[in-house]
Design a binder for this molecule. Structure first.
Ligand code: ADP
Ligand code: 5GP
Length: 192
């Protein structure tokens, strides 16, 4: 059953801009937030855990879930790499009286915003520059150089979506970005 209550927080950014870092901090600061665990066909990174960071699925099972209409939205974010938000995951979080936090790409973010409308707050995390973005991707050390190039190329397109988000937070100094995010959250909670 679809629950239409509470707030949903959507965080999008080019890969490497720092959205997972910021989402993690937000989730630690507010105990009513719950991370919406997406499904993906990409392999797990060394520090990622099944059912915590993602539901890591085979391409066949992912396709089956598309056919079963299990996704609120899904995208082929990079060629051959599928990512999707499971509707059951969102319903479970809202039914528990908690607020879901989505870490999704720009297309997914706009789909969720459209679906949850006034209930949704969309936030775009902006990297300070393209050079710093590439530097962060390299320093993270989780992708091959060719995957870094794919993510960097996509960043150009993704940054063009920023104006369609409710808020844009510049992630230059981490502490500044965290306080900006917290004031956005607080202002929306007062309205809720
Ligand atoms: P995303 O989830 O957007 O792909 P991450 O949160 O994984 O990005 O961040 C990419 C890398 O940049 C990580 O190694 C992270 O520690 C680092 N990082 C994040 N925010 C900052 C910041 N404000 N200053 C410097 N490094 C940062
Ligand atoms: P990563 O492989 O770095 O974890 O994620 C790559 C991109 O996929 C990021 O932009 C991330 O936000 C996005 N992503 C993660 N989960 C989902 C999802 O469920 N739906 C969509 N559309 N994008 C997602």
């Amino acid at each position: 059953m679809e629950m239409k209550q509470g707030k949903v927080f959507i965080i999008s950014a080019p890969s490497g801009a720092g959205k997972s870092t910021l989402a993690r901090i937000l989730l630690q600061k507010y105990d009513f937030f719950e991370f919406s665990i997406s499904a993906t066909t990409r392999p797990p990174r060394s520090y990622e855990t099944e059912g915590v960071d993602y539901h890591f699925l085979s391409a066949d099972i992912f396709r089956q879930k598309i056919m079963d209409h299990a996704f609120l939205e899904w995208e082929e974010v990079y060629p051959g790499r599928f990512y999707g938000t499971l509707q059951a995951e969102v319903d479970r979080i809202l039914a528990a009286g908690r607020y879901p936090v989505f870490d999704v790409d720009v297309e997914g973010g706009l789909s969720i915003k459209e679906k949850y409308a006034e209930q949704a707050v969309s936030i775009f995390i902006m990297p300070p520059s393209r050079e710093i973005l590439k530097d962060r991707l390299r320093k993270r050390g989780t992708e091959s150089e060719s995957d870094i190039e794919k993510r960097y190329k996509k960043a150009e397109v993704e940054i063009a979506y920023a104006s369609r988000y409710d808020h844009v937070v510049l992630n230059d100094e981490l502490d500044h970005a965290v306080s900006q995010l917290m004031s956005i959250v607080d202002s929306h909670l007062q309205k809720a």
